[in-house]
Design a binder for this molecule. Structure first.
Ligand code: ATP
Ligand code: AH0
Length: 397
C-alpha cells in the first residue's frame, strides 16, 4: 500500500483524532484555527476544543483578496497568484499557532481547510439556466499539506454542488452531529458576514433538519463602517446606536427576489454589497441619509431578515432554544433587535454548549474532515442537503 494511504488508514484506526479546523469567512477578518480532539463519527461524534485562535488578516492580505473578492470582473493573474499565496499564509499561521501551543505538527492528524471564498454564485444569483450552482474557495490544500507536513482535506463545497446542493451552508452536517439534543428543538444561528441557521429537531429526526442562509449578517455593516468611518467594523454597534432606522430605505433593502426564494437558499457579498445599498437608497430617495441612520437601518435590515426567515419556518406554538455564534453575536444592537422580534425564544450562545461562538465554524470544518475519513454521509432526505461526505485529500509527500 502507498505510504500515504497507510498513514491515512492509521488515522482512521485511532480512537481520538487531532484535527485542525480552519475557517476564513466572508468578513476577511482573519483565519480561525481550531485544534480539536475528535472521537467517533456521525451522531456519536465527540469534540474537545483544545486550542483556538483567530489570526487576524494583515491589511496587505485583505487588500490583495479584495482585488478579486466577490467581483464579477477581475485580473485573472491575481486569482492565479492568490491560490498558492493564501495557502502559504494559512500554512505559516498554522505552524505559528502550533509553536505557540507547544504542539508538534506530527501530533496533528489532519487539517480541514475551508479556503478563502472569493466568489459564490448559486443559480438564484447568476440566473443562467445553462450553468450549475457554483462557488470558488482558494488557498489550495496541496500547498498547506506540503508546507505543514500534515494531511490536509480541503475544498469541501464542490462535492456538495456536484450532489445537488448550492455548496453552502455546510454547517448542518456538523451542527447535527455535535449539537442535536433529544427533547430540545434547537436553532444554531451563525451571524458572520452572511447569516445562516440550522434547525435541529429535539426528535433527532435527520429528515426534519433544516438549514439556510438568511441574508446579510455583518457584511453591509462592515462595508459602510469602512466607507463612512474608515473602521473595519461597527464595534459594539457604536455607530448604528447613534442613528435612527429609516423605514423607506429599510423597505427598499428588503425588496429583492432573494427573500422570496425557497429554502435552502445561499448568498454572499456578490449580492449584498455597497452597490446593493446605494441602489436601495436611490430607489427610496434616501441618498442624503446621515451615516449613523444608514448604519441603524442596515442593522435593522440584518435583524429583520434573520428573524423573518426564522419565524417563517418555526411553529409559533412551540418553544425553541436559539444558540448564536459568529461575530454578529458580539454586536449588542443586532442581538437586541433579534430578541425584540422573537421574545418567545430562548436566546443563548454556543459557548453554553462548550464551543465558543467565534470558534464554531472552524470546529464544524474539523467535523467535516472527520466525517470524510470516518463517516458514511448523513441522510437528511432533502434537496439541497445531500447525504455525502466532503473534502479533497492532499498528502504532504
Ligand atoms: N464587538 C463587535 N461589535 C460588532 N460587530 C462585531 C464585533 N466583533 C465582531 N463583529 C463582527 O463580526 C465580523 C466577523 O464575524 P465572523 O468572523 O463570524 O465572520 P466570517 O466567518 O468572516 O463570515 P461568514 O460566516 O459569513 O463566512 C466582523 O467583521 C464584525 O462585523
Ligand atoms: C460560499 C461561502 O463561503 N459561504 C459561507 C458564508 O458564510 C456564512 C454563509 O455564507 C454560509 O453559507 C457559508 O459558510 C458556512 C460555514 C456554511 O457553509 O455553513
Amino acid at each position: 500500500m502507498n505510504s500515504n494511504l497507510q498513514r491515512l488508514f492509521t488515522i482512521t484506526q485511532k480512537p481520538v483524532r487531532r484535527i485542525i479546523g480552519l475557517m476564513s469567512g466572508t468578513s476577511l477578518d482573519g483565519l480561525d484555527v481550531a485544534l480539536c480532539a475528535i472521537s467517533g463519527s456521525g451522531m456519536e461524534t465527540k469534540v474537545v476544543l483544545e486550542q483556538f485562535e483567530t489570526v487576524p488578516y494583515p491589511l496587505e492580505v485583505k487588500d490583495e483578496i479584495r482585488k478579486i473578492f466577490a467581483k464579477e470582473t477581475i485580473a485573472f493573474q491575481q486569482l492565479c497568484l492568490l491560490n498558492p499565496w493564501i495557502a502559504n499564509h494559512h500554512a505559516a499561521w498554522i505552524l505559528q499557532c502550533l509553536q505557540k501551543w507547544n504542539i508538534a505538527p506530527a501530533a496533528v492528524d489532519l487539517i480541514a481547510s475551508h479556503g478563502q471564498t472569493v466568489y459564490h454564485s448559486p443559480k438564484i444569483l447568476h440566473q443562467q439556466a445553462a450553468f450549475p450552482n457554483a462557488t470558488l474557495q482558494i488557498g489550495d490544500g496541496d500547498h498547506i499539506a506540503v508546507k505543514t507536513g500534515i494531511i490536509t482535506l480541503s475544498d469541501f463545497r464542490q462535492k456538495h454542488i456536484a450532489a445537488g446542493g448550492e455548496g453552502a451552508p455546510l454547517a448542518l452536517y456538523g451542527d447535527y452531529c455535535l449539537f442535536s439534543q433529544q427533547g430540545e428543538d434547537r436553532i444554531m444561528l451563525n451571524m458572520g458576514g452572511i447569516a445562516n441557521f440550522t434547525f435541529l429537531p429535539g426528535s433527532l429526526d435527520a429528515g426534519k433538519v433544516f438549514v439556510t442562509d438568511t441574508g446579510p449578517g455583518n457584511t453591509l455593516l462592515d462595508a459602510f463602517s469602512r466607507h463612512y468611518f474608515g473602521k473595519e467594523f461597527d464595534e459594539d454597534a457604536a455607530f448604528a446606536k447613534q442613528g435612527t432606522v429609516n423605514e423607506q430605505l429599510l423597505a427598499a433593502l428588503k425588496d429583492n427576489s432573494f427573500f422570496k426564494e425557497g429554502f435552502p437558499r445561499t448568498t454572499g457579498p456578490e449580492l449584498f454589497n455597497r452597490e446593493y445599498v446605494l441602489a436601495a437608497q436611490s430607489k427610496s430617495q434616501t441618498t442624503g441619509l446621515l451615516p449613523f441612520d444608514v448604519m441603524a437601518t442596515l442593522t435593522q435590515f440584518s435583524a429583520d431578515t434573520i428573524t423573518d426567515a426564522l419565524l417563517s419556518v418555526l411553529d409559533a406554538n412551540k418553544s425553541y432554544a436559539v444558540y448564536m455564534s459568529g461575530g454578529g453575536a458580539h454586536n449588542p444592537l443586532l442581538v437586541e433587535l433579534i430578541k425584540t422580534r422573537m421574545p418567545h425564544l430562548k436566546i443563548k450562545t454556543t459557548a453554553e454548549l462548550g464551543i465558543a461562538g467565534d470558534a464554531k465554524e472552524a470546529v464544524l470544518f474539523a467535523i467535516l474532515a472527520n466525517e470524510a475519513v470516518m463517516g458514511e454521509g448523513i441522510n437528511f432526505g432533502k434537496p439541497g442537503m445531500p447525504a455525502i461526505t466532503m473534502g479533497k485529500c492532499s498528502f504532504p509527500a
